[in-house]
Write a protein that binds this ligand. Structure first.
Ligand SMILES: [Zn+2]
Length: 342
């Protein structure tokens, strides 16, 4: 009798473990060609504009500024909370790659939170800058190249590149594209920024410890960056790691990134002495390559991952607890690897 029960429960457990319905920690379902990826649930550029204008009218501490225009003439926004110029300042940048939108969804939600009692007093100790949806044309699929291979439907396509087919996150030295030029001329050079988190999405198949990650993080890795800037970047990463890992869905790896200064994580750290962190969330909103796209059932925890990241870092900077953060986890955090399937 006992044996039969045991056999039954093992069989049951085995069935559960291979069932795609049971999401292990951080594991949302893949797109896999089976799920419709409906992008109509994401904010359009126009919806983002009216959201920001409405919040500015509601929130007395928030200021909205236009920092430039995209190739196709869309206004690019900077959201500012700057109560005291003496306070440290953090910048959150989203959607340099237009097909990586859940970070923007999270940033908008966070901006809404900043206007509520939940965040009372936080902006007394930290200045917050948010540049959401830097690649507005790519986010709207309003580009001068073919989108025939893109997998999303029911709304719009979203592309990594800007309207001219250029990767904005390879343009931080030359700054030729209007979007990167606007960021450098009217944000990086104008404000005394101490920290920056550059928010992205990566493919769906990255893992550590045989488990898909919910994202990966990395500090500047060019030899030209000041040691103290790297140390502060690692502390910023520690705040993010500690806030995400304790969530049931949180599982972070170390991003395997290079030393090129054309990307913001390295270039901005060197040029302005800003402590930067790259955060790559799992899966993209659209792509021509199927295994990069994550089904929208995972949207909830990935949006939460952005909100948690922004919330935890502004609080740690505001109360200065970031300064005593233990960074030893970086020495043991494994680089993520790509799961080979089929
Ligand atoms: Zn990206």
């Amino acid at each position: 009798m006992k044996k039969a029960l045991l056999a039954f429960s093992i069989a049951g457990a085995m069935m559960l473990s291979i069932s795609p319905v049971v999401d292990a920690v951080g594991n949302g379902p893949n797109y896999g060609g089976n799920e419709t990826v409906n992008t109509s649930i994401l904010h359009t550029y126009d919806e983002l504009s009216s959201f920001l204008k409405k919040e500015e009218a509601k929130q007395k501490d928030m200021e909205l500024e236009v920092i430039g225009q995209s190739v196709k003439g869309r206004d690019l926004y900077l959201v500012k909370y700057m109560k005291n110029p003496e306070n440290p300042t953090i910048l959150f940048l989203t959607q340099q790659h237009g097909n990586e939108q859940l970070t923007t969804e999270g940033a908008l939600e966070f901006i809404k939170h900043l206007g509520t009692g939940k965040m009372k007093g936080v902006t007394d100790g930290v200045n917050i800058l948010v540049v959401p949806m830097l690649n507005a044309d790519g986010a709207m699929g309003d580009v001068d190249f073919s989108l025939d291979d893109y997998v999303a439907s029911g709304g719009r396509n979203l592309t990594r590149y800007n309207a001219l087919g250029i990767d904005l996150n390879r343009d931080h030295i030359t700054k030729i594209q209007p979007e990167t030029k606007a960021l450098h001329d009217n944000v990086m050079r104008k404000y005394d920024v101490d920290y920056m988190i550059d928010l992205h999405h990566q493919g769906t198949q990255s893992e550590i410890d045989n488990e898909y990650v919910s994202g990966s993080i990395l500090y500047p890795t060019t030899p030209n960056v000041d040691e103290d800037v790297v140390l502060k970047s690692k502390k910023l990463g520690a705040v993010v790691y500690d806030s995400i890992e304790k969530k049931g869905w949180g599982h972070l790896g170390k991003y395997n990134g290079g030393s090129a200064e054309t990307i913001s994580r390295n270039g901005i750290a060197v040029e302005y002495g800003i402590s930067t962190l790259l955060f790559e969330m799992r899966g993209m909103s659209d792509h021509s390559y199927e295994s990069y796209v994550l089904g929208q059932k995972s949207n909830g925890y990935l949006i939460k991952q952005t909100i948690t990241t922004l919330d935890a870092t502004v609080r740690a900077i505001a109360d200065r607890s970031i300064e005593s953060k233990d960074i030893s986890f970086w020495d043991t955090l494994p680089f993520q690897t790509t799961r080979t399937t089929e």
